[in-house]
Write a protein that binds this ligand. Sequence first.
Ligand code: ZN
Length: 277
Amino acid sequence: MSAKPLTDLSQLCIHTITTKPWPIETAATRFSEAGVGGITVWRDALAGRNIRATGQLLRDENLTIVSLCRGGFFSHSEVSGRQAAIDDNRKAIDEAAELGAPHVVLVCGAVPGQPLTESRKQIRDGIAAVLDHAEAAGVKVAIEPLHPMYADNRSAVNTLGQANDMAEELASLWVGVAVDVYHLWWDPTLEQEIARCGKNGNLTAFHICDWKTPTTDFLNDRGLMGEGCINVRQIRGWAEAAGFNGFNEVEIFSTTYWSGDQIVFLEKIKHAYLNNS
Ligand code: ZN
């Protein structure tokens, strides 16, 4: 069953990378003025800033801090690389705690030429190694499966089924799963895997945008909801049927939109959210 249309922006969250040309302070003011309910912060947006003070600034703008993006990249051919990733993920968890974000999204990693099974084992072990730290900080980590076109170097976790398997194997209150329609819309088992994810208490985040035809860049040509072939409202309905009632996070990497007026883009996001999500 499809979800009911959204009638207000209270559950709308926008990622800082979506309006990348704006410094986080500008994004916070603009989002708040537009009535947007939440913000997900990318770590690069925090560069050179006091993280605690930035978190306070966002809350002062009445924005809910939904998550910190991103940790992960646990796969490496060398032990030293895997240890460096674990250290960096502990740091990301600390940053989320300082900011006041309840979870860190994980782009899990992959090594070109290394079997995906081996990468997934390294990812699982890497996540397991940071769980004590996550618990102590009170910050969850959320496994985000990525579209298989990124299986070479970004993530060996490519289906929601694989993410669910891993989260269930780790069996921790501090591990969840992030569902991104861009990565998962094509999967014939998506409805049942979303249901499984919710049933097991792992559905932590929901990311939306659209898949344009043709897609001219594998990374930076994401579309606004309604510009492509993803039935966002149907997938949102599956997430809500699985018990999800959190924010709908607009995460768009687009050289086209980044090169335009961000105020106009924000209006388009609001329109697409209310009409096509
Ligand atoms: Zn995402």
